[in-house]
Design a protein around this ligand. Structure first.
Ligand code: NAP
Length: 255
């Protein structure tokens, strides 16, 4: 149950090893979040992340880990139902899992391309619907979804990842609209280039940012009741212009 100031006290991260999600858990723990469950596919990564969080918040935060694989869609409903089966349920869920893929490889290998879409989009659809089912049973809950500017206007240089994020972004908007009046909130997060392990070794894009900056923006968005946040916020205007460009112009912009 959110505390008296409306801050979440229990949260679940799907994609629990995500640098952005872990920075967000840190920021929410500073606001007296008491329980964090990191759910993901690699126990050793989750255990390390959990140990770091416990060291940073020794007296206030309980951290658990749990198995979750975005590709095992048929199990999502059951896994998520079990994760919610605790006194007080779960206040906030962060959907952070994704793979970037390698556009050059994926373009030549349809199975590899499909894996990007299955993790980032189809896996998110089943996981999010399973979460919303539990939120409906609780009568409340907040869903934070990591989309990307890559999905706002899809570029030729990363159209496989970009289209998976476009699907996720559209799905999240429709889901959020369908939940108005139910007590369930959705915050859609659209970062640009963030320096995390997902982008390690890549040349930084203009207006690049950090996981901590994304976390700060998420916390502010939760406090202000926003439905969409961009990181950095100026990307809202940059992408507004990008969306208006004719395709013949847009495709000539160097990646
Ligand atoms: N970094 C950026 O520039 C950027 C920009 C815009 C949006 N985003 C989005 O922000 C979110 C978090 O990204 P990040 O930068 O924090 O990257 P990250 O640190 O690489 O986190 C991605 C997480 O997804 C997990 N994951 C991948 N496949 C999975 C699967 N099949 N099942 C369960 N978990 C799986 C990874 O776990 P493993 O340890 O098992 O691989 C990893 O913990 C993603 O949705 C990403 O698309 C990132």
């Amino acid at each position: 149950m959110n505390d008296a100031l409306g801050h979440p006290q229990s949260l679940l991260v799907l994609g629990g090893g995500s640098d952005i999600a872990l920075a967000t858990v840190n920021a929410l723990a500073a606001q007296r979040c008491r329980t964090a469950i990191l759910a993901g596919r690699r126990p050793e990564v989750l255990d390390r992340a959990a140990a770091d969080l416990r060291r940073s918040h020794p007296d206030t935060l309980t951290v658990e880990t749990a198995p979750f694989d975005a590709l095992e869609r048929s199990g999502h409903d059951k896994v998520i139902q079990e994760l919610f089966a605790r006194p007080g349920g779960i206040d906030l869920v962060i959907v952070a899992f994704a793979i970037l893929g390698d556009q050059q490889v994926d373009q030549e290998d349809p199975e590899s391309a499909a894996r990007v879409v299955e993790v980032n989009f189809t896996g998110a659809v089943t996981a999010m619907l399973a979460v919303v089912k539990q939120f409906r049973a609780q009568g409340r809950g907040t869903l934070v979804v990591l989309s990307s500017v890559a999905g706002v206007r899809v570029r030729k240089a990363n159209f496989i990842y970009g289209s998976s994020k476009a699907g996720l972004d559209g799905f999240t908007q429709g889901l959020a609209d369908s939940l108005i009046g139910t007590g369930i909130r959705v915050l859609l997060v659209r970062p640009g280039f963030v320096t995390t392990k997902m982008t390690a070794g890549m040349k930084k894009a203009p207006m690049s940012t950090t996981a901590e900056a994304v976390a700060t923006t998420i916390v502010r968005g939760l406090e202000s009741g926003a439905s969409v946040v961009w990181v950095p916020s100026a990307l809202r205007y940059v992408m507004g212009v990008m969306k208006l460009l004719p395709r013949a112009v847009f495709r000539r912009i160097p990646s």
